[in-house]
Design a protein around this ligand. Sequence first.
Ligand SMILES: Cc1ncc(COP(=O)(O)O)c(C=O)c1O
Length: 333
Amino acid sequence: MTRPDTIRLATLPTPFEPLPRLAQSLGRNGPAPSIWIKRDDCTGFAGGGNKARKLEYLVADALKRGADMLVTIGAIQSNHARQTAAAAARHGLGCLLLLTDSVANRDGTYRTNGNQLLDRIFGAEIRLLAAGADSSAIAEETMAALAAEGRKPYLIPVGGSNALGSLAYRDALRELATQAKNEGCRIDHIVVPTGSGGTHAGILAGVEEAGLSCRVHGISVSRSSEQARAIVSDLVQGIFSLEGEQRNATSRLDVDDSQVGPGYGQPTAAMVEAVETVARTEGILLDPVYTGKAMAGLLSLVRTGAIGPGETVVFWHTGGLPGLFAYPEVFLR
Ligand SMILES: Cc1ncc(COP(=O)(O)O)c(C=O)c1O
């Protein structure tokens, strides 16, 4: 198979570091697992985060197809939209963001700060869609209208999660496997947020491909386990079929939906505890929508013994820092 093209956006490899003070804080009542972090918040591009890796494949495909603008979909505080806007700017492309008002009861800074502010600084055009709007249908109509005007738009799906975008996380798992080997670290568990599913799918495809025995725990930030598993499963198959292989990883697909709380983008007490604990033990910032909930999932897996003493867990930090500035009241208690 010919390898899909990529461009360079992210600063790689991202750091792979131990979190000894976090592990120590969990071990007050007995031995704790060893906790490491894969710092994809440090991909650098446009403030960092997981989308930089996916966009390396997706923007390369857009350029190959002669696109003159990128169109994508997300929530008002989408990190993916922010990084897409920056990637478009970097490559002299136009950018249209179709952002749905999907998170109830959030006003004020949610609409003006964080990723919203950055989208505007990167020069993207923003179209707000009402809650409940069929964003996929609107995106298709928008693509047709733009083409009729003579534009060459390229549509990137929500979260950059198609097979091509997700392939970047198969590569990222290879990067982690090399780092772990160099550190003499045997990984038993990986914990990652599961949103549109591509990050989880790519990591799982990489684990399957490398024949590793570690478990990948996707912590859902929006959907039920069943819905998320179906999405991730399709993406894993898509990644393998890009490489001409008929494979899946369904039997090892694990999604935990216990941290979703009232819904996508809605704060939970466990998320706040996780954000504050990691900030106060390790000086690392998580975000309220994805990594805060995923870390809450990790803490819960440790407390229930699903991740046991003597085991090693890697927390995959996927970025999202600008989101903190859209939720100030949650932390100003
Ligand atoms: C900071 C952050 N972490 C995690 C995710 C989830 O990744 P995925 O959509 O690939 O499941 C997102 C998605 O937008 C994100 O912005």
